[in-house]
Structure formats: structure tokens, C-alpha cells
Design a binder for this molecule. Sequence first.
Ligand SMILES: NC(=O)c1ccc[n+]([C@@H]2O[C@H](COP(=O)([O-])OP(=O)(O)OC[C@H]3O[C@@H](n4cnc5c(N)ncnc54)[C@H](OP(=O)(O)O)[C@@H]3O)[C@@H](O)[C@H]2O)c1
Length: 331
Amino acid sequence: MKNRKVVLAARPDGQLKESDMRVVEEEVAELGDGMVLLQIEHLSIDAFIRTTFDEAAFHGTAELGNAIIALGTARVLDSRFEGLHQGDAVFGPVCAQEKVALPGVMLQKIDDSQLPARCHLGVLGLTTGMTAYAGMLKVAKVKKDDLVVVSAAAGAVGSCACQIAKLQGATVIGIAGGEEKGSFLREEIGCDSTIDYKQGNVSEQLMELAPEGVDVFFDNVGGEILDDVLANIRPGARIVICGAISQYERVGEVNGPVNYLKLAERNASMGGFTVNYFEQDYPEMQENLGKWVMEGSLRLPEHIEEGIDQFPKALTLLFSGGHKGKLMVAP
Ligand SMILES: NC(=O)c1ccc[n+]([C@@H]2O[C@H](COP(=O)([O-])OP(=O)(O)OC[C@H]3O[C@@H](n4cnc5c(N)ncnc54)[C@H](OP(=O)(O)O)[C@@H]3O)[C@@H](O)[C@H]2O)c1
């Protein structure tokens, strides 16, 4: 049986190019004991994938010529693993490809009777809904009447983070690039107001929208945007570093915040997190996210690129911001 997979062809030099990745064909491995044969249905396009293309990466370094790491959902075609059967939906580190044989212990069975399996990559997913939940509720501890700012607000984590803050009774300002994303955030995601960082100074726009300052900043971007928000924090503010997508293509030259002294002047705190540190809270997160989705108070639009050949384009789109909501590839 044939498989088509996307491999790393060259280590990117700064900005990622589609030509840094290549699609190759191979035979799927024979099924051994404890293994499961999968047809991959959806791949989650995540920023951490780009970070694995560099040497000494936090999430492990990709080898040239190997299938690129990616989380995904898949359907079981054949199983020699006791806990999984043909037709089951699963989640796991399936990599950027169409089919794969993996040890069953690496996979998590998904209940797709009420919501499509791909929701476990998006609104219910570890790197999306659960990340937004952990950052907003466990780290920032956002509460009623907080003034909350979210960067990359129209993306996957950002769209969920904005809605989770609104569900707590906060006022939410979303930062995103372009007016189309601004109206998406106000009309579909429920942000109270938005800032287009591509049009004018973020610090000045924030001063107008939040003259008394910001209580919580959920940062997905880093760099200048982090500095602009730090200049506008209120006493006791909580700054949460979820990610820094503006810095991932410049490893070794990361720009740290110039305005960090505002933390001392405003008795504020800044903390980072990775969702894996909150494993003990996964059941609570899954239960609440699922409940909000079912009752219609949390929604995450999806942008799905069709075909494994589109994986390189999709990964570059994540950095150019050519999508709204959760970006995925359906191989
Ligand atoms: N801490 C954790 O455990 C964890 C887990 C998952 C993800 N994350 C982080 O969460 C963040 C968002 O990830 P995601 O998967 O939800 O991606 P996403 O927000 O769906 O896509 C990334 C967005 O970032 C914006 N962006 C890209 N480059 C930028 C730049 N130079 N300046 C300003 N904005 C830029 C683009 O939107 P615009 O059009 O608005 O520019 C783009 O749509 C990433 O930093 C990621 O590393 C953290």
C-alpha cells in the first residue's frame, strides 16, 4: 500500500519557504503486533512544527528526509492492537502524511458520535482549545470585568482565548492583522473591540481603547506587540506568554521586551506556560470546552486545505496569517 508524506528537504534560512518541504511516496510498513494502520483524516497546522526545523529545538529537531511531525486525527483501517478496531477515530502524532502504521499505545481513541473527530485538533484540541483554556483560566486566572488583550486573536488559540475570556465576563480587545480579521473578531468571535497592528501604532490604539490600562495580556506573538502592550498595563496586570510567533523564524536573535521595567513599576507579573504542564487539568478542560461547544457559547471556524500536497503551503500560511480560526490539512 502506497503512502505520500511530506519531508523536510532543507533547513529553512529564516523565513520558511514551501520549497523547504517536499512530498515523497513510499510503501506503508507491514503491521506488526501491537500496531495499527491509519488513514489520516486531518492534520493540525501548528507553529511548533516550524520550530522543529531548527537545530536544538525545544520540541525535538526534525531530520532531513523524515516525515514532518504533526498531530492529527485518523481512522483505523486495520489493527493488531487490542484497544483499537477498524473504523475507530484516533488522535496522535501521526506526522505529515496520508497513511501510517503506528504502535496503538501512541494513539488516543476519540468519541466522534457528537462532534467530528477533527474538533480534537481545534476547539477541543491540546494545542488549541486546551491551550487557550490553560493560559486564560489557569495562568492568567481571568475574572469578571478584567480588561483582556489577546494577540494573534483571529487565529486558532487566539479565537478560543477571546471567547473563554468573554465567558468569564471580561472585556476583550483582539489584536490581528487587517480589517477583515477585525470584523471577524467583533462579529463572529465576540470581541468588544479590535486593533489592526498593520495599521498604525498598537500602543497608541490601545491607549485610546483602554485608557486605564490592561489587566491581562494573552500573548501569542511577542516582539513589538508585547512591548506595546507592556507600555499600557495596569497595576497588578498579568502577562501570559503563550507563544511568540513573530520570533520563531529568527532563532538565536529573539527580541526580548524592552519595556519589561513596567512589570516592576506596575506591580505586574509575566509568566509563560506550555499546555503539557497542565495534564492534571485535562479532564476539567475537556469537560468545560465540550460543554461550551455543545451549548453554542464557544465556536472555532476552520480553514481546511485539501490534499497532502497542500501541507507546505498551509505551514507557510500560518506565518503569513492567511487564515482565520483553526488551520488544518485534510490529506
Ligand atoms: N504554550 C503552548 O502550550 C502553546 C500551544 C499551542 C500553540 N501555542 C502558541 O500559540 C500561538 C498561536 O498558535 P496557533 O496555532 O493558534 O496559530 P494561529 O494563531 O492560528 O496562526 C498564527 C497567527 O499569528 C499571526 N502572526 C504570524 N506572524 C506574525 C507576526 N510576525 N506578527 C504578528 N502576528 C503574526 C498571524 O495572524 P495575523 O494575520 O493577525 O498576523 C497568524 O494567523 C503561537 O505562538 C503558538 O506557538 C502555544
